[in-house]
Design a protein around this ligand. Structure first.
Ligand SMILES: [Zn+2]
Length: 112
């Protein structure tokens, strides 16, 4: 249940806070992906991937709710749309980057 319905207060954040939150979540997604990418053993990768996927459920809910409080129509704001796309892509792209670095012996400097 959304927080504002539970206690009757509006908890919308400033756009600066929302921007900082968005950047933090994208960086977090990159770290999640890099972690999965750098492991070589299938068992390790599977366990990590399951852990990441499970914690993404409450995390995604929190991210969605935080943006929803700011703007009821989640996809109306172009900036928010760009954030959602970057957030969704952060981990998969980081997995590929991490795996590439790992496969090249971990010595390659990746320029993003
Ligand atoms: Zn996470």
């Amino acid at each position: 249940m959304p927080v504002e319905i539970m206690n009757g207060h509006d908890h919308s954040v400033s756009s600066q806070s929302l921007f900082a939150f968005g950047i933090a979540m994208i960086l977090h997604g990159i770290i999640d992906g890099l972690l999965i990418g750098v492991f070589k053993e299938v068992e390790e990768i599977t366990l990590l991937a399951i852990t990441v996927i499970i914690h993404r459920i409450p995390e995604g809910y929190t991210v969605g709710l935080t943006f929803y409080k700011q703007e009821k129509n989640l996809l109306a704001n172009k900036g928010h749309l760009v954030f959602f796309i970057l957030y969704v892509l952060s981990s998969p792209v980081a997995i590929i980057v991490g795996a590439s670095v790992q496969n090249s012996g971990g010595l390659t400097i990746v320029i993003v």
